[in-house]
Design a protein around this ligand. Structure first.
Ligand code: E4P
Length: 218
């Protein structure tokens, strides 16, 4: 399973990259705003900085909601760097734009997906990634991980190449659950990734190994 980090914070992206297990980055307008990045040129520069830090795919989201606008913005974003994946919302014009981008060899991430029907449309349009938001589903008492499982099964049954990118991950257990149902990618907050490191028996075992070494070696 690939790990993306779900942030526009450069320090967090660097920390995840330094761990050696990072496969990419996802951003969205809210995450950019959280870092205080505003204005088209600043946003473009920020995407370029992210691409310089990581080796993998970097999702850059369009703001337009009409077909022509999505195409114009998406082509501009895709031309910024080969690692850029154009993030397009799950709306009618978005699906049409994903089909256009797919025909042109521009990679896409279909975002704001909350149902298996939406995931079917994204795959039929040729999206590179589909992003079901599991945390936001959990927030309304709907099982987000179950949706990931359904989409993974449906894509496998029909042989769609679209990768299932579990998004809106809130904690470490979400990553484990997405892995168990076969998500291709999990995009996670840094703390959720770091949570995978933790086990009390590791801490106890390491302390004992080091203490035993110290007894004989000083
Ligand atoms: C990433 O692609 C999504 O935009 C992000 O995971 C949404 O997360 P949130 O529901 O925590 O805002």
């Amino acid at each position: 399973m690939k790990f993306f980090i779900d942030t526009a914070n450069l320090d967090q992206i660097r920390e995840a990259q330094d761990m050696g297990v990072l496969d990419g980055v996802t951003t969205n307008p809210s995450l950019m705003a959280k870092e205080g990045i505003s204005g088209e040129q600043n946003i473009i520069n920020h995407y370029k900085k992210i691409c310089e830090i990581v080796d993998g795919d970097v999702s850059a989201e369009v703001i337009s909601t009409d077909y022509e606008g999505i195409i114009k913005e998406g082509e501009m974003l895709a031309a910024l760097h080969p690692q850029i994946v154009v993030k397009v919302p799950m709306i009618k014009d978005g699906i049409k734009a994903i089909k256009y981008f797919s025909n042109k060899g521009i990679r896409t991430n279909c975002t704001l997906v909350f149902s298996i029907g939406q995931a079917l449309l994204a795959a039929k349009a040729g999206a590179t990634y589909v992003s079901p938001f599991i945390g936001r589903l959990d927030d309304i008492s709907t099982d987000g991980v179950e949706l990931i499982a359904q989409i993974v099964e449906m894509y496998s049954y029909y042989g769609y190449a679209t990768e299932v990118l579990a998004a809106s991950i809130r904690h470490t257990m979400h990553i484990i659950q997405c892995m168990e149902v076969g998500a291709d990618v999990a995009t996670c907050p840094l703390d959720a990734i770091k949570g995978l490191l933790n086990h009390p028996l590791t801490d106890i075992g390491l302390a004992k190994f080091l203490a035993d070494y110290k007894k004989l070696n000083g």
